[in-house]
Design a protein. Structure first.
Length: 258
């Protein structure tokens, strides 16, 4: 069954920073802030990047909130980025940090991908932790930032139709000629339940579920059971809110407009 058409996948990102997400994290060993970010990525840790500059108000409170988030997460670090420091000029340019109000906090997933940002004013520990993606969610975001559409296949080991559903996704991936990737999610994985909820996937489903996400980060189709590879490819290139190809076929039902 096709559902949740028009649901925009992603996080709340500060205006002016959206384009910076495509850049990803800096690569290579480096000293200072860049080095701290690289080290966090190598260790598979979440990085809360606190962006400041001398004289900025509210820095101490922001440090407290971020520090609490680091403690509660147990797998995160706080990285300070002084945007007035010449050594950070490349990071300021890459992430477009010259203009936004500060202090602010960027959130980097364990794979080094930026998944969101929030102004420190009004920021809460729970809000920051809520921005941390699951492992598969971070994988999805990285693919989207590379400009490709994604098929998220949720299933359980040994589930009826699992192999057939994956084969359909694999065929669609080949048909899309490099423009489509596959992310597999175990419905039984407790660590991925929040991700499944965002995609409106019932972890108790008796059938595998394939969710199609366009390269704009919008859900454009959702199919229960093995899907038609052609319908998957066509749905991956549709804009959210439109009826995906296959909407009147068995296994896919288009959500009515409005």
């Amino acid at each position: 069954m096709k559902k949740a058409v028009g649901f925009a996948f992603g996080r709340v990102i500060l205006a002016g920073l959206a384009c910076a997400l495509i850049g990803g994290a800096p690569s290579g060993a480096a000293a200072g802030t860049a080095g701290d970010l690289q080290e966090a990525k190598e260790k598979g840790k979440i990085a809360f990047v606190l962006v400041t500059e001398p004289g900025a108000a509210g820095v101490r409170e922001a440090e407290r909130v971020v520090g609490d988030a680091v403690k509660k997460s147990g797998k995160a670090v706080m990285v300070r980025l002084d945007r007035s420091d010449p050594d950070n000029a490349s990071l300021v340019s890459r992430y477009r940090l010259a203009g936004p109000q500060i202090p602010l906090v960027l959130v980097l997933a364990p794979n080094g991908v930026i998944v969101g940002g929030v102004l420190a004013e009004g920021m809460t520990t729970e809000g920051l932790l809520g921005m941390v993606p699951t492992r598969r969610e971070a994988e999805l975001i990285e693919i989207l930032q590379a400009g490709r559409s994604v098929l998220v296949l949720a299933s359980r080991n040994g589930q009826a139709g699992e192999d057939t559903a994956f084969a359909a996704c694999e065929k669609a991936r080949v048909m899309a000629d490099g423009k489509l990737a596959i992310v597999r999610v175990d419905m039984a994985d407790k660590a991925e339940q929040a991700f499944l909820r965002k995609l409106r996937i019932d972890p108790g489903s008796e059938k595998p579920v394939t969710v199609v996400i366009s390269n704009r980060g919008q859900v454009t189709g959702s199919f229960e059971g093995p899907a038609d590879p052609t319908a998957l490819v066509q749905a991956s290139s549709k804009a959210a809110g439109g009826c995906c190809s296959g909407g009147k076929r068995k296994g896919a039902v288009c959500k009515p407009k409005g």
